[in-house]
Write a protein that binds this ligand. Structure first.
Ligand code: NAD
Ligand code: 2ZO
Length: 508
């Protein structure tokens, strides 16, 4: 009997904070939701805004991972034979469905992740735009014709890799699944996607939408699980590529495991990015930029500019205004339109962020605002993982809060005097995901952008990532790229065909 898609089930409609319990199976392969077997190892998944159990995550074991990968491989055989324009038509339909159901998907993303509905709607918009963008590229995928002496020639074919694995983090669950699956599918691959065990829900919705749009059963699959399931995926011999989003320590393991099977890898890892604000900046934009660089998604953003270097002459007005606006950020029920900051992903994560703040104080930093658990007056939210956004002053480069990725709403402010000095300090990190500079001096802006050791440099803005623009890291923030034309290179391989029009040389 055909399954009713999650979004069409009555319990998935008109949900509000604290109201949804997901009982449905959350694995998806062979074109259907599949029940997890290992119920004795299931883990509760919490709704961050209430601390209530939203669903259970049942991790997939060896047999289930194998089934999902085989299902993907069978679909790959059909999908890879389609013309780019045929794949594009189906992907455009998936983008259309997501656009149409954007508000409903966003609500579920909020319930599982805790971010504000305003941001979640943007995430879902970015998601369908990603699929639309790669649908547009699918028909253009082509090789090259190379003329050789004597009328001989060669040509290249851009071919898919096969079964690709996507492993996601919990901060942008639906968007990460789209950033990986859209280019993978556009190039003719199949994908098995493992969401974070903390955010298992919306990837299944994506799988159902792809199915509804017309992809072959098995083309996009979801396996639930944590490290054990991820390990099985990375080791599976039928997997051609692993695209991973997560922390540096896990990224290293993924790279090591993938190396054993000589699988291609994309690593989108963490960061501790610098944002440099020169005294000649347009101050209002720099202040907005610093807030954008630190407080989206409760500060749980890989590319956040959490080391805010401010030129000494403008430190006072900058701090005054940043603190005023940080204190005014509306924290609370993430499903309310007026909320600008929701709940952190989990209790342990919130405690980890609070520990960073405690350590910062012990090391000499001054808390200018926030940095404490936020208790809402709404009784529904009493168990939620809310934290008031925090600004730290009197920071030094050697402090833990300045060196390590906190992944929470904590901005560290650091004074500087000269361009040369700030560049040296900004680059003094093993991370290299993003960076930013605010200045009205156009030459300085480009000079600084060139010298910053990071995959992205924002000039006079921060944390915008249109799908047309490549995104990815330098140094230990990873390699490979997501978004933009270049990502096609990471989901395809080039075959060279050499055609002899004359006779073979008679050497022997
Ligand atoms: N660069 C980017 O695009 C980007 C985007 C989002 C998040 N991040 C980073 O992700 C981190 C936060 O996410 P997280 O806490 O989910 O990261 P994490 O590394 O703990 O987990 C990421 C994913 O890897 C899986 N995993 C864990 N152990 C594994 C193993 N041994 N083998 C295979 N898979 C395994 C997890 O289950 C999860 O799905 C931060 O460091 C953040 O900066 C990076
Ligand atoms: C959309 N942002 C804000 C650029 C975030 C990308 C994903 C990083 O965590």
């Amino acid at each position: 009997m055909a399954q009713t898609p999650l979004l069409s089930l009555p319990e998935f409609r008109n949900v509000s904070t604290g109201s949804l319990v997901v009982k449905e199976h959350l694995n998806f392969w062979g074109g259907a939701r599949v029940q997890g077997k290992d119920t004795k190892n299931s883990e509760p998944v919490y709704e961050p805004a209430t601390g209530r159990v939203l669903c259970d995550m049942i991790p997939c074991g060896e047999e289930e991972v194998d089934q999902a990968i085989k299902s993907a491989h069978a679909a790959y055989k059909k999908w890879s034979k389609l013309a780019g324009i045929e794949r594009a038509r189906i992907l455009l339909e998936a983008a259309r469905i997501i656009r149409e159901r954007r508000d409903q998907i966003a609500i579920l993303e909020v319930m599982n992740n805790g971010k504000s509905i305003t941001e979640a709607k943007v995430d879902i918009d970015v998601s369908w735009q990603t699929i639309e963008y790669y649908a547009g590229i699918a028909p253009t995928l082509a090789g090259q014709h190379i003329q050789l002496p004597g009328g001989s020639f060669a040509y290249t074919r851009r071919e898919p890799l096969g079964v690709c694995v996507g492993i996601g983090a919990w901060n942008y669950p639906f968007q990460i699944a789209c950033w990986k699956s859209a280019p993978a599918l556009a190039c003719g691959n199949a994908m098995v996607f493992k969401p974070s065990p903390m955010t298992p829900v919306t990837a299944v919705i994506l799988a159902e939408i792809y199915k509804e749009a017309g992809v072959p059963d098995g083309l996009f699959n979801v396996v639930q699980g944590a490290a054990g399931t991820g390990t099985l995926l990375c080791h599976h011999p039928m997997v051609a590529k692993v695209s991973f989003t997560g922390s540096v320590p896990t990224g290293k393991k993924v790279m090591e495991m993938s190396a054993k099977g000589v699988k291609q890898v994309t690593l989108e890892l963490g960061g501790k990015s610098p944002l440099i604000i020169f005294k000649d900046c347009e101050l209002e934009n720099a202040i907005r930029g610093a807030l954008m660089a630190n407080f989206l998604t409760q500060g749980e953003v890989c590319c956040n500019g959490t080391r805010v270097f401010v030129q000494r002459e403008i430190m006072k007005p900058f701090i005054e205004e940043v603190v005023k606006r940080t204190k005014a950020i509306a924290v609370g029920d993430p499903l309310l339109d007026g909320t600008r900051m929701g709940a952190l992903i989990s209790k342990p994560h919130m405690e980890k962020v609070l520990d960073f703040i405690k350590q910062a104080k012990e090391q000499g930093a001054t808390v200018l605002c926030g940095g404490e658990p936020f208790v809402s007056s709404d009784p529904n939210l009493k168990g939620g993982y809310f934290l008031s956004p925090c600004v730290l002053d009197n920071c030094r480069d050697d402090m833990t809060c300045v060196k390590e990725e906190i992944f929470g709403p904590v901005m560290s402010i650091l004074p500087f005097d000269t361009e040369e000095e700030v560049l040296q300090r900004a680059n003094n990190t093993t991370f290299g995901l993003a960076s930013g500079v605010f200045t009205r001096d156009i030459s300085r802006a480009h000079r600084v952008a060139e010298k910053l050791e990071a995959g992205t440099c924002f000039i006079n803005n921060y944390n915008i990532s249109p799908v047309e623009v490549p995104f990815g890291g330098y140094k230990m923030s990873g390699f490979g790229r997501e978004n933009g034309m270049v990502t096609i290179e990471y989901y395809s391989q080039l075959k060279t065909v050499v055609v002899e029009m004359g006779d073979v040389d008679n050497y022997f």
